[in-house]
Design a protein around this ligand. Sequence first.
Ligand SMILES: Nc1ncnc2c1ncn2[C@@H]1O[C@H](COP(=O)(O)OP(=O)(O)OP(=O)(O)O)[C@@H](O)[C@H]1O
Length: 256
Amino acid sequence: MAESQQNYLQIRNLNHEYEAGKPILRGIDLNFDQPGIIAIIGPSGTGKSTLLRCINRLINPTSGEVLFDNVDLTSVEGKELRRHRRHIGMVFQEYNLVERLTVIENLLTGRLGYMSAWNAWRRNYTQDDINNAFELLEMVGLKDFAKQRADSLSGGQRQRVGIARAVMQDPYVLLADEPTSSLDPKTAVEIMELMDTLARRKNIPALVNIHDVSLAQRFAVRMVGMSGGHVVYDGPPEGITEDHLKQIYGGESWLS
Ligand SMILES: Nc1ncnc2c1ncn2[C@@H]1O[C@H](COP(=O)(O)OP(=O)(O)OP(=O)(O)O)[C@@H](O)[C@H]1O
């Protein structure tokens, strides 16, 4: 698979409200131009998932811009939107695999956005796609599971498949919404390690929503702290202080 070029993601003055007059995202400005994990932390309900969903247009933001190499994704529709969106890899908390398909078939679904409707319907993958899928499967440590059904895997293995499927899309950015929340602590570390390795190898940013602050600090090159729909911290993981955490999560009793 060709190494992805470095595409520049910029979010400008992004606002979103699900209900008129009740803003969830308030004027988010962020630029993503470095490879590796960018951890997004913040209390429940502050809009972290909403932010990721606005970036890949699972929801239409109320206002603002999401620029990929100066194309505003909020203003494109139909074919053009699909053409851009196929370069945005999404990783989910609950994996979102096709349970009855094999592991290798799940990986290959990452290529559907590149195929004609006819070829997609017939699952006519190219030999290159098939070779790349097997190569990637080896890279994520699941070489021996290629022909197993997805529903026979453990949570950690499923998440490896979810990440590999996203990478099959040849993404310019990975968006991961709480990818470790359903996993035990050791597996969570392994999954963060894998995303870090792949993001660096592909030279792309991986925006990861995560509740575990110390796990985030261990792997992130940058942390974004959100509170009340605003960005209140944006900087290196080692720069986060207790004061920042109080500002992000509120109060202090939980810190002791
Ligand atoms: N489809 C929707 N319709 C209406 N309100 C919604 C919808 N989705 C989310 N919300 C509300 O928007 C706010 C932000 O939700 P969001 O899921 O983005 O927060 P989050 O920071 O990702 O939370 P968590 O860490 O718990 O996943 C919450 O108050 C939530 O109830």
